[in-house]
Design a protein around this ligand. Structure first.
Ligand code: SF4
Length: 184
């Protein structure tokens, strides 16, 4: 909402997108984010130190800590190669408490015009097939809850990334698997 309002005022008044940061800093969201800023980085020190530090932050300091802990590294650097892991077999949707993607998309009530230009663009179109799929088993096909990113075989049988932008729920997962990968 803040981003949309900032973009709208930018278009109307010719202002810069820095408005977004000013609006964000003066909103209740910033206050909440600032209060919780050390929860996740505390776990860089391990599970139990992380639990202890987070508890101190939450119950005693309540965001007034004089320090801001560092995450250590960007998320994309924490993504490790698929060969180090075993695939996880998830149970199929039972239609009672879990549902398939088409049903969930329908229930989300998110609509796009069928001829709407795609808002999802690859910074480097070669990254999915050259890096993401062979090295990381195509994480974009897993993290997106709406199956926007799908690897499907082309006429020669090679898997190619297809972007189903019309499915996007705008959940703002935003994940850069590797630099220059996907902006969603
Ligand atoms: S914002 Fe990104 S992850 Fe979320 S539904 Fe849209 S494409 Fe998928």
């Amino acid at each position: 909402m803040l981003a949309a309002e900032s973009a709208f005022s930018m278009l109307q008044e010719g202002l810069k997108m820095e408005n977004y940061w000013d609006n964000l800093r003066s909103s209740w969201i910033w206050e909440e984010l600032y209060t919780a800023r050390n929860y996740r980085p505390a776990f860089e020190y391990g599970l139990y130190p992380g639990l202890a530090l987070s508890a101190v932050e939450h119950y005693i300091l309540k965001g007034r800590s004089p320090v801001t802990l560092n995450h250590g590294k960007p998320d994309h650097e924490a993504t490790r190669e698929a060969q180090l892991f075993s695939p996880i077999e998830y149970p199929k949707p039972d239609g009672v408490v879990s549902f398939d993607v088409p049903t969930s998309l329908y229930r989300s009530n998110t609509n796009h015009d069928h001829d709407q230009p795609s808002h999802l663009h690859l910074k480097d179109p070669t990254v999915p097939e050259n890096v993401n799929l062979p090295k990381y088993a195509g994480p974009e096909a897993r993290y997106c809850p709406a199956r926007v990113y799908e690897y499907i075989p082309d006429e020669t049988g090679d898997l190619k990334l297809q972007i189903n932008a019309q499915n996007c729920l705008h959940c703002k997962v935003i994940l850069f698997c590797v630099p220059g990968s996907i902006l969603s």
